[in-house]
Design a binder for this molecule. Structure first.
Ligand code: CA
Length: 245
């Protein structure tokens, strides 16, 4: 323990998909500061784009400026609260942006420790030893029904309510993120993504793609291409972070 120094590399890509006229997803990624996030905005007109961009900017600026000994995950939770306030207040002041919000999934790395924070139905996965595991739990109506046993996974995918999320950044004065503390092992590969990826590609398909020993940028491109081939019904964003010895 402690003898292995972990180095990180990252790549990300975002695509409008084949059906939408704009891309309301946004991402931010800094290996230097160990901050990576994906946001999927929602709201009328261009409001979704505004919300996701505000969230990324707020999270990146707060977390990139954190002190080296900033307590975690409290510092990250404060960043989420600040991002929430920025979006909420902007929506209150501008009727065209009223009701806008965004999902947010963030990975923060610090040596061999990491934290994932989640609000909404974007996801974080970890690939370890060739096995893909979903770390986050979707804050969506159908996934909550699946977890409580009232709906099965196939029904959830078909449900007309599958787009309803139960938590978002910016739609309420206060929001709470799920926090997942993690111990990092060399070789871990993290995928952060919007639902435009996970609606089109099964976990098995994601796992097969991520087993390929390709540069992260190529893996991102392949995932987006595969999601578009499967229909590209929504904006698609994927962000990969690899822990190397
Ligand atoms: Ca989406």
């Amino acid at each position: 323990m402690g003898s292995v120094v972990i180095h990180y590399s990252a790549a990300a890509a975002s695509d409008r998909g084949r059906k939408r006229s704009s891309n309301e997803d946004a991402f931010g990624s800094s290996v230097e500061h160990g901050v990576h996030l994906v946001c999927d905005g929602m709201g009328g007109a261009a409001a979704g784009e505004v919300a996701s961009a505000l969230a990324v900017d707020a999270m990146m600026s707060t977390l990139n400026a954190r002190a080296a000994d900033a307590p975690m995950p409290q510092t990250a939770e404060q960043a989420v609260a600040a991002a929430n306030e920025v979006i909420f207040h902007k929506a209150q002041r501008n009727s065209q942006l009223s009701g806008m919000g965004t999902t947010m999934v963030t990975l923060i790395t610090d040596g061999d420790r990491a934290w994932i924070l989640n609000v909404g139905d974007s996801r974080a996965y970890r690939m370890r030893g060739g096995i893909l595991e979903q770390i986050t739990l979707d804050h969506s109506l159908v996934e909550e029904q699946v977890r409580s046993g009232r709906m099965d996974h196939a029904e959830a995918l078909r449900s007309p309510l599958r787009n309803v999320i139960t938590r978002a950044l910016g739609t309420q004065p206060v929001v709470s993120a799920d926090v997942f503390p993690l111990e990092i092992e060399a070789g871990d590969l993290f995928l952060l993504c919007s639902d435009g990826l996970t609606r089109e590609l099964s976990d098995d398909s994601l796992e097969s793609s991520l087993r390929l020993d390709l540069p992260l940028g190529e893996l991102c491109s392949q995932l987006i291409e595969a999601a578009n081939k499967a229909g590209g019904h929504d904006n698609i964003t994927c962000l990969l972070v690899r822990a190397n010895e």
